[in-house]
Each structure stands twice: as C-alpha cells, then as structure tokens.
Write a protein that binds this ligand. Structure first.
Ligand SMILES: [Zn+2]
Length: 157
C-alpha cells in the first residue's frame, strides 16, 4: 500500500532541443506521513492520558475545593484529543480537553498542564488572578510553563 507519493518528472526533448513531453510518474516512498504516525500514537496513548487526567484533576480539584470554598472547580466532560498545536483547553461550559501527549509528559509537566486548565474554571483568562490560582498548587509554575514550551517528544526516544 503506498503511504506517500512523490512526483517524478521525465522530460523528453526532440531533435531541436524542445521539450515535447513531460511524463509524471508516481513513486513510493517509505516514510510515513506525519498524520498516520500521530493517529497511531493517539490510539496508543489516549487511554493512559485519560486516566492521568482524571486522577490528577480529581486530586487538584480537591486541593482547590479545600482552599477556596465554595469551590468553582467542578469540571464536566474530559476529552482527550489529537491536536497538533494545543496541549489543552477549557470551555466556558466546564469541559476540559487535553492532548493525548499528556501521557508522554514527565509528571511535573502533566500536573502543570492539568492545573492550568483546571484554573480556567475559576478564571477564564490569563490574568494575574489566574496565575495566582495556578501558583497555589504549582509554586514553580513559571519554570514548568517554560519547560512545557520547550518540551519535545524526541526527549523520550
Ligand atoms: Zn490557559
């Protein structure tokens, strides 16, 4: 099954040096397209990502509920997604989304990500008040935020 195709051009030139025909040929390439690889990784890791998300959300929701009653840190649905650009998001309805790559992160970065999205339930912005909330659970959130920005999957290999 061809996974990726590249175009090869063959040019025919006549006796006067003119191009008379361009033949396009398709050939196989062994490299898999990125989308296929990421779909496979998504299938492989999404359930562990879901388990980590639920366990750590529960933990941190309890943490905040004890500190700031009446607590607003009640989330609804948790979804694990295959998104290229986002680590996570929080909807106004209280649904939380995380990348399956949550499962590949070192625990301290996974926790930062989870707390970040959880705190959006209290502050739907990135205001100083939001970061103050994050800081309650993750005092070194600045370091972890930078680490997450620089994190690459290649570190795992
Ligand atoms: Zn945010």
């Amino acid at each position: 099954m061809p996974l990726f195709r590249i175009i090869r051009r063959r040019i025919r030139i006549d006796a006067f040096g003119r191009i008379v025909r361009r033949v396009r040929r398709y050939s196989r390439r062994t490299r898999r397209p990125a989308s296929l690889t990421s779909r496979r990784a998504f299938t492989l890791h999404k359930e562990s990502a879901r388990a980590i998300a639920h366990a750590r959300l529960e933990h941190f929701a309890r943490f905040y509920a004890a500190l700031i009653p009446p607590h607003t840190f009640t989330y609804r649905r948790v979804s694990i997604r295959n998104q290229r650009t986002r680590w996570g998001s929080c909807s106004r309805r209280g649904n939380l989304n995380f990348s399956y790559k949550l499962a590949l992160l070192p625990p301290q970065l996974a926790d930062y990500l989870i707390v970040h999205e959880l705190c959006h339930l209290g502050q739907f912005n990135h205001s100083p008040a939001f970061w103050a909330l994050v800081e309650l659970a993750i005092p070194d959130y600045r370091v972890r935020r930078d680490e997450l920005k620089n994190w690459r999957e290649s570190k795992l290999v």
